[in-house]
Design a protein around this ligand. Structure first.
Ligand code: NAP
Length: 266
């Protein structure tokens, strides 16, 4: 039996175990997906220990996505993002990857939005914002990053070809001719709030909210009312998990089965 898992702190409410185990069941793979909650300064030690124990693959979540860089060889994308959410123990030294970028891109593609040649506005420049910005840029989008702390948006944009950095007050202007909007802040999770003024939204946008609790955020309600195409955060969560599954197993992920397992718990 193979063991996969998630390292984070806390991980008690993670949706990854049912999502991955539904995939193992569907494809008859003899594997389990378990959660590990090491102490906050033990991330790299946890990855090395998992490697020694023969764990086949790990996802990594808050607060360890940066710290595990010390224990893995990151691929080019994860190194640029500066964060790892997937570790592969497939041979030699563990390798580190970031599938949040692919999760956002595939969630948008699934909604009929090809980001190649698109103008995308990413709100947020933390871990998710960095992953989405590099991911969309690599896929051919021109990215405008807006962040509450404007200097962080500039720092990120400086590292990304053709990107620009802004404060949140620039959003109406940035969105006027944009094709894609991604909320990569945590706003909307704790309360019924949105980082984007409703009147800046329009019917030419596809709006992805990385927040998935609740599934229907105020931003997505506003976007729907403005006639935009909406994509919820569970689709991004699904595809980051599917990308990890495919890397570990070499098989196509049964995405609809994984989606159903996820949504049953949201
Ligand atoms: P993070 O690294 O802590 O970054 C948080 C971001 O939110 C920063 O840009 C921060 O701006 C901004 N922010 C926080 N409070 C704000 C406020 N009141 N007003 C405006 N901006 C605010 O967190 P993260 O890891 O990027 O996660 C962000 C969100 O994405 C979370 O809700 C997480 O669950 C979600 N996420 C979803 C997926 C998925 O697969 N669906 C994957 C990854 C993350 P400052 O720089 O100014 O502090």
């Amino acid at each position: 039996m193979q063991v996969f898992g998630l390292v984070g702190n806390p991980v008690g409410h993670s949706l990854s175990p049912p999502m991955h185990e539904a995939a193992y069941d569907a494809l008859d793979i003899d594997a389990r997906y378990v959660t590990f909650e090491p102490a906050k300064d033990e991330a790299a030690a946890a990855v090395r220990g998992a490697d020694a124990l023969g764990v086949a693959g790990l996802n990594v979540t808050i607060p360890f996505k940066q710290a595990v860089l010390d224990a893995v060889d990151p691929d080019d994308l994860a190194a640029r993002i500066g964060a790892v959410n997937t570790v592969d123990f497939g041979g030699g030294r563990p390798t580190g990857h970031n599938t949040d970028a692919e999760g956002a891109r595939r969630a948008l593609a699934d909604a009929g939005t090809d980001v190649a040649g698109a103008t995308a506005v990413v709100v947020g420049a933390g871990g998710a914002g960095r992953a989405v910005t590099f991911g969309l840029s690599d896929a051919g989008a021109t990215v405008r990053v807006a962040n509450r702390t404007e200097s962080t948006a500039h720092d990120l944009a400086d590292a990304v070809p053709d990107a620009s950095g802004h404060g949140l007050d620039a959003l109406p202007e940035l969105l006027a001719d944009a094709d894609v909007l991604v909320n990569a802040t945590s706003v909307g999770m704790e309360e019924d709030a949105t980082p984007v003024p409703a009147d800046a939204l329009h019917g030419g946008l596809t709006v992805l909210d990385a927040v998935y609790t609740p599934l229907e955020t105020r931003l997505l309600r506003d976007a729907d009312a403005a006639g935009a195409t909406t994509v919820d955060g569970a689709r991004m969560l699904l595809y980051q998990g599917a990308a990890a599954f495919e890397r570990w197993t070499g098989r196509d992920a049964p995405v609809e089965t994984m989606d159903a397992a996820l949504r049953a718990r949201l």
